[in-house]
Ligand binder design. Structure first.
Ligand code: SIN
Length: 536
């Protein structure tokens, strides 16, 4: 093998949110780690997470209650053993984060300890159990983890590097197809700044690339959330589950000209804020006994229903009756953003709309992050372990990312035993720049609009059929372009978005019922025969 373009390591971590960093920190105790991340290490959905981490740590709370709320929110599709394992691991994970230096809010501002943490309420939870850092919990966790990672001599970080594809038998010319099973030996990685693709070879590879919110026109997600891990694992032959369950967050600031939706945390409703129609009437009472704090699928669908029925562009979130000083101190980031947009939430109601927020499906994996592919793990939003089912309970996602990547890191690793086959260099044979990049940017934006309009909160057979016809055209055009042009970030992302959109549309067509986040007007009810995961 020509060694010039090879980076060899024990553990390759793709993605730098909570799951990737937690795994990197743990496995650095036994081997060398490389983290590949396509922007700066800080850029991820974790960094944007406002709400917090759900954990039954209060003496009046119980694992049983957290398990029940998670299962109820999942609308019958959550796997009970998985929910039990994740929920009961929460106190240890929180303790671990306190040890890392995460400064969670405390009840009385006194010394931080697990028995002294302040607790908030969010949708679908029967009690206060969200541990938080004001309205920037994810940012604080990410900062502390990055500090640890940066000081660790066993961890090397490659920013502005993007994985093109996982390396498996498929890439080994000649005898690859005769090797048994599918094994991952690392990935082809593009240095975005110089356009060169290198072979990153690793004994174990972790996909921690987050979800695919960028497939929708309006999303709360980071621009990095383009379904990269899901698309790569699918191309490599792994099973993908439950992609029809895309969670739309009910409350993002109404800014019609901005595709990046600013989240107004559900914790705001947890503190007593009320959703109102433009005539100022309350409406959630008609939809669910938990009213403003109903599970997210219910609240988003109710808002969408009211907006479509009455032709409203937004609904309002009203905090004006709450203690102004307390609200400003509790939600400083949201207050600042609202002021910048001309709303003082202590006096004005905030116009809000739903936006794509979380991918409940993903690469079929277990609670240790193991996938169908040997030596390939998937953790966090990119994985589907059976925790969320048809709808994720608020603040269970950072928890899932931390628990599963911690589990994956604790598996017996046998890193010394791997022998790499002869893995070819990245080939640029017959590749030349056609200078037609407008095709890619145009496809990307029309794809996002199509997904928003046809495969959004409310779906129907006709919309899904049209989406299915359109995605085949996008897919073919992007794939053809990919075969002929040099790889670039926007091309790799367009390819991954098209693959992920295809998986969402196909899963949505397969589920001929309405359940949780998947609502199809032609089958408005739940059906017993669909009380199962959708697997592709
Ligand atoms: C929020 O703060 O509303 C988001 C929390 C989550 O998505 O779990």
């Amino acid at each position: 093998m020509n060694e010039n373009d090879i980076v060899k390591t024990d553990f390759l971590v793709i993605g730098s949110g909570i799951a990737g960093l937690q795994f990197a920190i743990e496995v650095s105790k036994i081997g060398k780690v490389v983290i590949v991340t396509k922007q700066k290490i800080f850029d991820s959905n974790t960094e944007l997470a406002q709400g917090g981490i759900a954990a039954a740590i209060d003496e009046t709370d119980s694992f049983e209650s957290h398990i029940e709320d998670t299962y109820k929110a999942s609308v019958g599709l959550g796997h009970k053993s998985v929910i039990e394992e994740i929920v009961s691991s929460a106190p240890n994970i929180i303790e671990n984060m306190i040890q890392m230096g995460v400064k969670f809010n405390t009840k009385n501002g006194k010394k931080i300890s697990i028995s002294n943490l302040a607790l908030a309420k969010e949708g679908g939870h029967s009690r206060k159990r969200i541990i938080y850092v004001e309205d920037f919990t994810g940012r604080e966790i990410e900062q502390q983890m990055i500090e640890i990672v940066r000081k660790n001599p066993n961890i090397k970080i490659y920013e502005n590097h993007m994985t093109v594809d996982l390396i498996t038998q498929h890439h080994i010319k000649g005898n690859g197809q005769f090797l048994p099973g599918i094994t991952c030996w690392g990935a082809y990685v593009l240095d975005i700044q110089n356009g060169k693709v290198k072979r990153f070879l690793a004994n174990k590879t972790l996909l921690a690339t987050g979800g695919c919110g960028q497939i929708y026109y309006y999303t709360t997600n980071s621009e990095t959330a383009t379904g990269d891990g899901i698309a790569m694992a699918y191309r490599a032959g792994a099973r993908i589950a439950n992609m029809e369950f895309i969670q739309f967050h009910p409350t993002t600031l109404y800014q019609p000209d901005s595709q990046r939706a600013f989240l107004i945390s559900e914790a705001v409703r947890g503190e007593g804020a009320i959703l109102r129609l433009p005539d100022h009437s309350e409406f959630m009472k008609e939809y669910h006994p938990m009213e403003n704090l109903a599970p997210r699928d219910v609240v988003s669908q109710a808002i969408d229903f009211e907006m479509v029925k009455n032709g409203y562009k937004f609904v309002y979130l009203d905090l004006t009756h709450l203690n102004p000083e307390k609200m400003i101190a509790r939600f400083p980031q949201i207050y600042k953003k609202c002021i910048e947009n001309g709303f003082d939430f202590t006096k004005d109601m905030i116009p809000v709309v739903p936006a794509a927020h979380y991918t409940c499906g993903g690469i079929l994996s277990n609670t240790d992050g193991e996938t169908d592919i040997k030596n390939l793990y998937a953790c966090g939003e990119t994985a589907c372990i059976g925790l969320h089912g048809a709808n994720r309970l608020a603040s269970n996602s950072l928890l899932e990312g931390a628990v599963t990547s911690n589990n994956a890191a604790k598996l017996p690793q046998n890193i010394e035993k791997i022998k790499f086959p002869n893995i070819p260099k990245w080939s640029e044979e017959n590749i030349f720049d056609e200078n037609e990049w407008v095709v890619i940017s145009h496809n990307k934006s029309t794809l996002r609009e199509m997904m928003w309009n046809y495969v959004g909160i409310i779906r129907s057979n006709r919309r899904l059929q049209y989406a299915s016809e359109r995605i085949r055209i996008f897919y073919r055009e992007i794939e053809e372009f990919y075969q002929k042009n040099p790889v670039r970030r926007d091309l790799i992302e367009a390819r991954n978005l098209a693959t992920t959109a295809y998986l969402i549309i196909r899963s949505a067509i397969m589920r001929k019922e309405s359940r949780g986040l998947h609502f199809n007007r032609n089958y408005p009810e739940k059906k017993k025969e669909f009380e199962k995961d959708t697997i592709i």
